[in-house]
Design a protein around this ligand. Structure first.
Ligand SMILES: [Zn+2]
Ligand SMILES: [Zn+2]
Length: 353
């Protein structure tokens, strides 16, 4: 079969790769119908992370089940599914207490093991989530980035009437804004790029603030004394400090982005944790119990009910074979891209979305 295999910095190849085979009794083979490019893929494309040369990339995908192992409970050939990419060991302390996001041996497919940028993919049965008939495959491929946002939201005390700040309006920020609106909150979105803020507004942000030339907290204080919850979703060393200045006293700060660089911050930012008695929360991963967790069931159900319109985060749809060229172009023109979905099988429907 064809797939996108990763060989090193800026070296992703569309080539023949080995067909996945049922090896364990709970293995399931999926014909991939749609697979999203993740922000973490851009970072690894240019700077590397753990990988084995020749591994098929991609961890955000949905497709149709074409073969099931004898112990693939509940799944069947022809079923439409989305895949949770987190592989957990089931044996460590955290797995024993069903806190799967903290598994000591956690990894995602698409780095050390073949992923979803291919015609077919193999997953353990427990990682598959049923896709209701009225949820398209491309929406199914957006469930994984949605679960990043839901996992973070579920860690907070968010409730109707709250005010929240989302700092950084890339894909994770957009997903946070979109899913936070389901909780009935007022959203302040921060970024330094006007286009990103316009998109944030379309997704439901109530107030958008460009912080290129202003201190985020000063701009925010024109509206409120501070938000109940502030999310850092830029993965940026500067905003990692600024976000601490946005909550009201006693509020919450959630770090969702991973800064690709050392974090140094002015002492008056850091002091906010102590002086304002902030609750600082880290959110990592996409799972909870029962595995893969309510992040997945909530997202699939909300999509089926039409409660969210996450397709609006897609900026490009392309053939799988075009993946390497698109990643190169993203390196040159990052602002021109939001979510990109790749299709191993292409017809005009995909072009339209
Ligand atoms: Zn991702
Ligand atoms: Zn474990």
């Amino acid at each position: 079969m064809k797939g996108l295999a990763f060989y090193g910095i800026r070296d992703l190849r569309y080539e023949d790769v080995a067909d996945p085979k049922i090896e364990k009794p709970d293995d399931v083979i999926i014909k991939v119908k749609a697979a999203g490019i993740c922000g973490s893929d851009y970072a690894r494309y240019k700077k590397l992370g753990p990988y084995i040369p020749g591994t098929v990339w991609g961890h955000e995908f949905a497709g149709e089940v074409v073969a099931v192992g004898e112990d693939a409970q509940g799944h069947y050939v022809g079923e439409r599914v989305a895949a949770c990419p987190s592989i957990v060991c089931g044996k460590c302390h955290y797995c024993q207490i069903a806190d799967f996001a903290k598994c000591e041996n956690l990894y995602a497919i698409g780095s050390l093991e073949n992923g979803g940028f291919a015609e077919y993919a193999k997953m353990p049965a427990q990682n598959l989530v049923h896709l209701p008939d009225n949820v398209s495959y491309e929406e199914g491929s957006l469930i994984e980035p949605s679960t990043v946002a839901l996992h973070a939201l579920f860690k907070t005390s968010i409730k109707m009437g709250d005010e929240i700040a989302v700092v950084g309006c890339g894909t994770i920020g957009e997903m946070l804004i979109h899913w936070a609106k389901l909780f009935g909150v007022k959203v302040y979105a921060f970024d330094i790029v006007d286009d990103k803020l316009r998109e944030a507004k379309e997704l439901g942000a109530d107030v958008v603030i460009n912080t290129k030339d202003v201190e985020p907290s000063e701009a925010l204080h024109e509206y409120t004394r501070g938000v109940d919850i502030a999310f850092e979703s830029a993965g940026n060393p500067i905003t990692a400090g600024q976000v601490l200045t946005l909550p009201r006293k006693g509020g919450e700060v959630v770090y969702v982005g991973l800064p690709y660089g050392d974090v140094h911050m002015p002492r008056n930012y850091f002091e906010k944790i102590t002086r304002n008695e902030l609750h600082v929360i880290g959110a990592f991963g996409v799972t909870s119990a029962p595995f893969p967790g309510k992040e997945w069931t909530t997202a699939a159900d909300a999509l089926a009910r039409g409660a969210v319109n996450i397709k609006s985060v897609i900026s490009h749809r392309a053939k799988l074979s075009e993946g390497p060229g698109i990643l190169e172009d993203i390196m040159e023109h990052p602002a021109g891209y939001r979510k990109v979905i790749l299709f191993p099988e292409w017809d005009n429907e995909q072009k339209e979305g």
